[in-house]
Design a protein. Structure first.
Length: 184
């Protein structure tokens, strides 16, 4: 399932409780990173026009390197998405990529400024995000091998349930949606 992302996101009222459980189970965090994610809109089809946004183009800048990323969520027409096609590559010269994208007619849409702390436990990555202007969240991403989206989703749901930690409300939208005031 290369280039497919299975992820669950929640508001996180008490990060310490979840971090304690992860630590008890032998996980350790990578050092926190500061990420600036610049999102761009397509020159001939407005990514924000549909009732449910299903595509993003992003350039991420952080101390450990930069990347360019395109995501398309599925089911495309549904308000609640189950998974995404994700194509991402590192970038050696982020300013050249930014100029290239803008020369092709893409224009800046929104910038997400966040601090991220990544943990790994079994076949899941657990990511704590503090997003300027939006708050604190946790994302669980399936990183194991699965034959289908349904299998990966079921295994991720089981992983989350077995943690036994009370999480905030499920979040079915990305950080750019939040900063743009979009529900979907």
């Amino acid at each position: 399932m290369q280039h497919i992302e299975i992820e669950k996101k929640f508001a996180l009222p008490d990060p310490a409780a979840l971090k304690a459980v992860l630590t008890e189970r032998g996980s350790k965090p990578a050092g926190p990173t500061h990420q600036i994610d610049a999102y761009y809109n397509h020159p001939s089809r407005d990514f924000t026009a549909p009732a449910a946004i299903s595509e993003w183009l992003r350039i991420r800048t952080e101390a450990r390197g930069s990347s360019v990323n395109f995501k398309r969520w599925h089911p495309i027409e549904d308000l609640i998405k189950t998974h995404a096609d994700e194509y991402e590559s590192t970038v050696g010269d982020v300013e050249a990529i930014r100029l290239l994208i803008e020369a092709l007619g893409f224009h800046p849409l929104v910038t997400v400024d966040k601090t991220r702390e990544e943990w790994r436990l079994g076949e899941a990555e657990v990511v704590f995000d503090h997003v300027v202007g939006a708050g604190d969240f946790v994302e669980f991403e399936f990183k194991g091998a699965a034959d289908t989206v349904a299998d990966a989703t079921a295994r991720l749901d089981k992983f989350i349930a077995e943690l036994g930690v009370e999480l905030g409300a499920p979040v079915n939208r990305g950080y750019p949606h939040m900063l743009l005031g979009r529900e979907h």
